[in-house]
Design a protein. Structure first.
Ligand code: AR6
Length: 175
């Protein structure tokens, strides 16, 4: 029988910088000083204060997460996480990617963010194969949500920038 995912999980195709939600997750690099992809889009939309704040954080390890304000974004917070660069799969990439999702949810709990939007961490520039990364994202979040009451985390949105990513999520969620 197909696994039923937690009903707080939804998928949405679009730009994560446009969502009004408690926290959006940034797929950053370990400097936390900006980059391309979703990181670039978040910094552009948040404005220069985001970079100024990130400069005070001292970077972030792969698999870890740190929160900031969201400045000009419609969200309240940005949770910056650093996914693994995919190097063939034998360098603990799966554990590190799972750790990103786990640490982001832990940070969300710490800052009192009830609703959180994730991009498809590591599946762009960092080259993580999309089906594997999607399975890790969904299974990790689903497993952790089972231990968190609805009052603390009410909604997790997986934001898919393109149709290919949306299809990868829907394949696992609904088949
Ligand atoms: N909203 C939602 N998703 C987006 C957006 C957006 N506005 N823009 C891109 N994506 P990537 P990574 C998707 O490369 O692989 C940066 O330079 C994109 O289509 O942003 O973790 C950092 O500074 C893909 O599905 O992140 C790091 O150096 C997903 O976001 C490095 O890239 C992740 O793609 C991190 O690489």
């Amino acid at each position: 029988m197909a696994h039923r995912f937690d009903s707080r999980i939804t998928v949405w195709q679009g730009d994560i910088t446009t969502i009004k939600i408690n926290a959006i997750v940034n797929a950053a690099n370990s400097t936390l000083l900006g980059g391309g992809g979703v990181d670039g889009a978040i910094h552009r939309s948040a404005g220069p204060q985001l970079l100024e704040t990130c400069k005070t954080l001292g970077g972030c390890s792969t698999g870890d997460a740190k929160a900031t304000a969201a400045f000009r974004l419609p969200a309240d917070f940005v949770i910056h996480t650093v996914g693994p660069v995919y190097r063939g799969g034998a360098a603990e990439e799966a554990e590190k990617l799972a750790s990103c999702y786990r640490r982001c949810l832990e940070v969300a709990l710490e800052i009192g963010a009830h609703s959180i939007a994730f991009p498809a961490i590591s599946t762009g520039v960092y080259g993580y194969p999309l089906p594997d990364a999607t399975r890790i994202a969904l299974k990790t979040v689903d497993g952790i949500l089972a231990t968190i009451p609805n009052e603390r985390i009410s909604s997790v949105v997986f934001v898919c920038f393109d149709f290919k990513t949306l299809q990868a999520y829907e394949d696992i969620l609904y088949h």
